[in-house]
Design a protein around this ligand. Structure first.
Ligand SMILES: Nc1ncnc2c1ncn2[C@@H]1O[C@H](COP(=O)(O)OP(=O)(O)OP(=O)(O)O)[C@@H](O)[C@H]1O
Ligand SMILES: [Mg+2]
Length: 381
């Protein structure tokens, strides 16, 4: 299953969004145009359904309704999120699943559901507020998504939302697992080594072998990779580097370079899990020669695992591959009314340029450059 379409009203810096989503999608736009905010919608859905989650927590963790609601919206407007999900082969006008939530806040600033609807194909399974909600408005503080006694008819969709993974690895967090240990699901890598350890040995070995092969290509002198525990039981990644010494030199993750750690984490995450993977700027710390190959690598692994990958990026190298289609790029442009999000294939000029043989890097990225960017040259200390 994958997300097929996203509609938003008043979500963060977006007033209105209505976009189709491909299996692999690159989000491009200037700084602060809302790439991370858009990815956050899928994390929000996951946070509603995850254990210990729920709507209230998901909203409060994001600073409450007033920080979620678009500043360009009228003061009391509802926030609306709608997603369509199913197999990409399904006809666009009849998605297997459609979920919509509209919410606002009560006078104690708690999130309150204004509307919750869910369709399985043509059948409307949920439509709230219903009679029970009218009798007991307190019920509108919780979605049916998060309630096991209510979500049984659409558990598949709940599991799908639960399977969303977000990744924004920070090398120094991976290097200091003692400080960050125990933060399960930490997108910044706090539990990265623990996740490796908790993977069954055979699967872990097979994945590390594949990753080692990739690292041997991308990182000069890299030779071997394995996972060990030290005498205190703390897990460590160990790599053998070719060296003037005939046996080479073993190093643990504390000495790995930023790029080595990020590539390693990125490859592990592609192989780990089935649900949609949200990646923030995977190009960071990597050599452009390596970045240029990532799009194809993502496509290959994605096809094999049949998982959706949504990637925010600023890198022209990442989107230089001519295999990236207009349906796979989402362009964000800021306006005084909020950010406008458009899929490349829906913008005529982009289509013309792509059809003439240009890559997304050539056809789209120049459009995302801030106006008057040259003036930065005048900056003086
Ligand atoms: N409720 C809101 N209404 C309007 N704007 C908002 C709201 N919440 C956050 N923003 C704005 O969204 C912007 C941040 O967006 P985001 O972090 O998604 O950008 P980005 O495209 O990921 O940028 P970068 O490339 O720098 O990572 C900030 O300028 C912030 O002020
Ligand atoms: Mg961002």
């Amino acid at each position: 299953m994958q997300f097929l379409r996203l509609k938003l009203s008043n979500w963060r810096n977006f007033s209105e969004v209505d976009i189709s989503l491909a299996s692999r999608m690159f989000l491009v736009g200037p700084n602060a145009s809302g790439k991370s905010n858009l990815l956050d919608v899928f994390r929000f859905l996951r946070d509603i359904v995850k254990a210990g989650g729920g709507l209230k927590k998901a909203v409060i963790d994001r600073g409450g309704v007033s920080s979620l609601r678009c500043l360009a919206a009228r003061r009391y407007s509802d926030i609306k999120v709608e997603v369509h999900a199913g197999e990409p082969s399904e006809p666009e006008d009849s998605p297997p699943w459609r979920y919509r939530i509209e919410f606002n806040q009560d006078n104690r600033k708690n999130p309150i559901i204004k509307r919750e609807q869910l369709w399985k194909k043509e059948d409307e399974i949920v439509n709230r507020p219903n009679e029970d909600d009218m009798k007991d408005p307190q019920r509108l503080t919780q979605t049916y998504l998060e309630q096991v006694n209510m979500n049984q008819p659409f558990r598949d969709l709940v599991h799908f939302f639960e399977s969303v993974q977000y990744l924004h690895l920070v090398p120094h967090i991976i290097r200091e697992p003692e400080r960050f240990m125990g933060k399960s699901g930490d997108p910044f890598g706090g539990d990265f080594l623990e996740r490796l350890v908790s993977t069954p040995e055979k699967t872990r070995g097979a994945r590390l072998r594949k990753i080692k092969e990739a690292l041997c290509i991308a990182v000069p002198q890299f030779k071997e990779l394995n996972l060990d525990r030290d005498i205190r039981g703390t897990p460590h990644l160990k790599a053998l580097y070719e060296h003037w010494h005939p046996q080479g030199a073993w190093q643990n993750e504390k000495l790995f370079s930023d790029g080595t750690l990020r590539l390693l984490g990125f490859l592990w995450s592609l192989l780990d899990g089935e649900g949609p993977l949200l990646l923030e700027e995977p190009e960071l710390s990597l050599h452009p020669g390596v970045v240029r190959l990532l799009a194809r690598l993502i496509a290959r692994i994605r096809r094999k695992k049949r998982r959706q990958v949504l990637i925010s990026t600023h890198s022209s190298d990442l989107v230089a591959d001519k295999g990236i289609g207009g349906d796979e790029v989402l362009v964000l442009n800021t306006t005084s009314e909020g950010t406008v999000a458009k899929v490349g294939k829906d913008v005529r000029e982009i289509c013309v340029l792509l059809e003439s043989g240009m890559s997304v890097s050539e056809a789209v990225l120049p459009r995302t450059e801030p106006k008057n960017v040259q003036q930065l040259e005048l900056f003086e200390g």
